[in-house]
Design a binder for this molecule. Structure first.
Ligand SMILES: Nc1ncnc2c1ncn2[C@@H]1O[C@H](COP(=O)(O)OP(=O)(O)OP(=O)(O)O)[C@@H](O)[C@H]1O
Length: 359
């Protein structure tokens, strides 16, 4: 679905300062003037400091942080709704910062689509006409636009609601329309700014599932903003955690949960359900002699919770954890997995240091 040649997104040394005389302070900020100092001494606000993020094509990059950490400022640089103070934003190899007006307009229309927290649907348009709005703006002929829109309406689970108006739909359904509209664009980059934050927890989980299922097919380069760590861990192929406009940790869900960079991240991670995040290879022990004779194996990448389900009714032996080539790499048993679910990250990272890092 996505263009296999699309080069992803590279953000390099991106800075954003808000205030009337930005140029006067950029050097000092680049040399280390803090956000608090900039604010107190010079009355300017540091939005972003030296952001460097590489998002490969077809992956989901989550940007996470508390309110005011710079998430919205960062995502808005990708389609240049905000101009940076310094730095580069390369989308498919082209620096968005240097684009002229016409090029930028074409880029926004064809290369990016956005999904917003407040849905941003047009109230006087029904589901079909909201979904094909972007195509209409692009000048796509009506019957073709209807075909495309109907396909996405069906894919997001809204078949039969084409003629319904937004105020007749629940929040979750309105956000499905937002997603269908964004996908109808067929842009390689999907920007989702707190897209699910207004939804009830169960609906929110549903929408996360919808996105993950769709992503298997559409393989877009998705930038997803959230302040919710569970959502970040569930959706992100990569996660960047922001604080005060700076990236304080980047990595996979495993990296973040098993090796939090500092107390700020550790605080986020404390409440996480490890069983759903941590993979068996992070807690497995070296291969022993008591392997299950029943041939049961667990593939690397299986979460602890799923692994427990797989072996819950089996014999009390060790079960081999196998790599993609089927070769055993280590072993786990039920007691060990149960321990890792409740244990502090210390136990998991102890093993992960010696075993998982060797994978
Ligand atoms: N136009 C602006 N003028 C001045 N300061 C701004 C402007 N926009 C954002 N800021 C400041 O930049 C910092 C980052 O704000 P931003 O809205 O990007 O954070 P956020 O992580 O998206 O927060 P939230 O989750 O509340 O939306 C904050 O200190 C904010 O006050």
């Amino acid at each position: 679905m996505a263009d296999p040649h699309f080069g992803g997104i590279k953000i390099r040394h991106l800075y954003k300062i808000f205030g009337p005389n930005v140029e006067a302070h950029v050097n000092a900020v680049q040399k280390g003037l803090t956000k608090a100092e900039l604010n107190e001494k010079h009355g300017h606000v540091l939005g972003l400091r030296d952001i460097n993020i590489e998002i490969p094509s077809g992956r989901i990059q989550v940007i996470m942080g508390l309110s005011g950490s710079g998430k919205s400022t960062l995502i808005r640089h990708i389609n240049r709704l905000i101009d940076p103070t310094a730095g580069e934003v390369l989308v498919d190899g082209v620096d968005v910062v240097k684009m002229r007006e016409l090029e930028l307009r074409v880029f926004r229309r064809h290369q990016t689509a956005m999904v917003f927290q407040k849905f941003a649907l047009l109230p006087h348009r029904n589901v079909l006409d909201n979904t094909l709005y972007g195509l209409e703006v692009q000048g796509v002929e009506r019957s073709q636009a209807v075909d495309i829109a109907m396909r996405w309406i069906e894919r997001v689970g809204l078949k039969g609601f084409e003629s319904t108006y937004p105020n007749q739909l629940s929040g979750g359904m309105q956000q499905r329309v937002g997603l269908a509209r964004a996908l109808s664009n067929d842009a390689p980059v999907l920007l989702m700014d707190e897209a699910y934050s207004a939804l009830d927890p169960l609906i929110r989980m549903d929408m996360q599932t919808v996105l993950l299922d769709l992503q298997k097919e559409i393989r877009k380069t998705i930038v997803f903003i959230t302040h919710d760590l569970d959502e970040a861990l569930r959706l992100g192929d990569q996660i960047a955690i922001l604080r005060d406009g700076e990236v304080i940790q980047q990595g996979t869900s495993q990296d973040i949960v098993l090796r939090p960079a500092d107390d700020y991240v550790a605080n986020f991670v404390r409440e996480v359900n490890r069983g759903r995040v941590v993979h068996v290879e992070a807690v497995m022990a070296p291969l022993g002699s008591g392997l299950s004779p029943h041939g049961l194996t667990i593939p690397v990448g299986t979460t602890i919770e799923d692994a427990m389900r797989m072996i819950a009714n089996g014999p009390d032996n060790e079960v081999a954890v196998v790599g993609q080539d089927g070769k055993p790499l280590g072993a786990v048993n039920l007691r060990q997995l149960a321990g890792a679910m409740v244990n502090s990250h210390a136990a998991a990272s102890e093993n992960s240091g010696s075993l998982a890092s060797a994978l």
